[in-house]
Design a protein around this ligand. Structure first.
Ligand code: 4GW
Ligand code: MN
Length: 351
């Protein structure tokens, strides 16, 4: 016998009332049961997962930025080089963990302030006190021809300034290249015992945000902020085979800027020795690499890959395009008064 129509309708009404009742009573249970994506409760996301999510987010943001600016090559925006060295971007590391790892290390900061560039030393050191390796043992190595003009900065405990006199070369190209020779002597000598890691910097810069132990490694170089989206074929490597800094087309991964690099004392000794030998060998042939010691540095790093690469966060200039892809600008070029102190990219001499 078929059930009567009233019975079927009655049963249906009871069922609907029952389901609606459950939904009202237990909305969360219903949501989680039928939701396609079972999201974790925020409280139970671990720090590790959080870091991974941050990295993913940063990566996506950069990818989006690239799409918007129609750029094809993305290698420099990754967080890993093809030889598996980390590329340091904001959010890719846990600074507390690293601070503990490096807490007993002494870090040297090497800088040249010769002739008119002495004017950059004060702001450079002041900004370093505020942002560079805060809380760690730091030794500044300042080389200048104007020892009497150095204004001693107010320094935190556990930070020391070592001041050394250096002869001022007449040509600015030689001033800049001289740094390699001085570095060779320094890393072969006293730094062997006094310092664990050495960071080498241009003086016409200021620290504008945290720069800490995340940059330390055996051999560390910074991607030139003007080239981080460019193809290797357009890098301004030295292309004349006669120079010791020659890099053939097809070789090379990044264009590094000589304004900020570092490493262990032994590594900087090897690097500066190689660059210095290249410079001397070129001089004997009466030639000079297109970007002086930066060309030799790039040559060395193409064939001795950095163990860590710093993103353009670590050298930036406010005039540069694509700043939206670089959220933290940690080490900034000081805009020079071109009448008083010329930029070497202008290729003009000053005394
Ligand atoms: C052009 O007239 C000059 S002077 C180019 C460099 C000069 C220079 C450089 C100088 O007179 N004194 C000096 O100490 N330097 C050091 O070399 C200083 O540490 C400076 O940051 C570094 C590299 O020179 P730069 O900063 O002018 O190079 P770019 O243009 O690549 O930043
Ligand atoms: Mn500079």
């Amino acid at each position: 016998m078929l059930p009567s129509r009233h019975l079927v309708i009655g049963t249906l009404i009871v069922l609907v009332v029952f389901i609606v009742g459950i939904c009202v009573q237990y909305p969360k249970l219903i949501y989680e049961t039928f939701s396609l994506k079972h999201e974790q409760h925020p409280e139970i996301i671990s720090t590790h997962e959080l870091i991974e999510k941050t990295i993913e987010l940063n990566y996506c943001q950069r990818q989006l930025g690239i799409k918007r600016s129609n750029v094809g090559r993305t290698a420099a925006l990754q967080i890993l080089t093809p030889w598996l060295a980390p590329i340091i971007w904001d959010g890719t590391y846990d600074i507390d963990l690293l601070n503990t790892q490096y807490k007993d290390k002494t870090i040297g900061l090497f800088v040249f302030a010769v002739k008119k560039y002495i004017r950059f030393l004060g702001p450079f050191l002041k900004s370093a006190e505020r942002y560079f390796m805060v809380g760690h043992k730091v030794r500044y190595y300042v080389f200048t021809d104007k020892v009497a003009e150095v204004k001693w900065p107010k320094m935190a405990e556990n930070r020391i300034l070592v001041l050394r006199e250096v002869t001022a070369d007449q040509r600015w190209q030689d001033v800049s290249m001289r740094r390699m020779q001085v570095l060779t002597n320094l890393t072969r000598g006293e730094l062997q015992t006094d310092v664990d890691y050495l960071v080498c910097a241009d003086v016409d810069m200021v620290f504008a945000d945290h720069v800490g132990v995340e940059i330390l490694g055996e051999r560390v170089a910074t991607i030139h902020p003007g080239y981080f989206l460019k193809q290797p074929l357009s890098f301004s490597y030295e292309r004349r085979p006669i120079s010791n800094a020659y890099i053939p087309y097809g070789d090379g991964d990044f264009y590094y800027m000589a304004a900020f690099y570092g490493g262990t004392v032994d590594e900087i000794y090897k690097l500066s020795t190689a660059c210095q030998e290249g410079i001397v060998s070129d001089k004997k042939k009466d030639i000079e690499a297109v970007w002086q010691e930066e060309s030799h540095l790039n040559k060395y790093l193409v064939y001795n890959k950095p163990t860590k690469v710093l993103s353009p966060e670590y050298i930036w200039d406010t005039d540069l395009p694509n700043g939206n892809l670089v959220q933290k600008k940690r080490f900034l070029a000081v805009h020079k008064n071109h009448e008083e102190v010329r930029n070497r990219r202008d290729l003009t001499d000053i005394n």
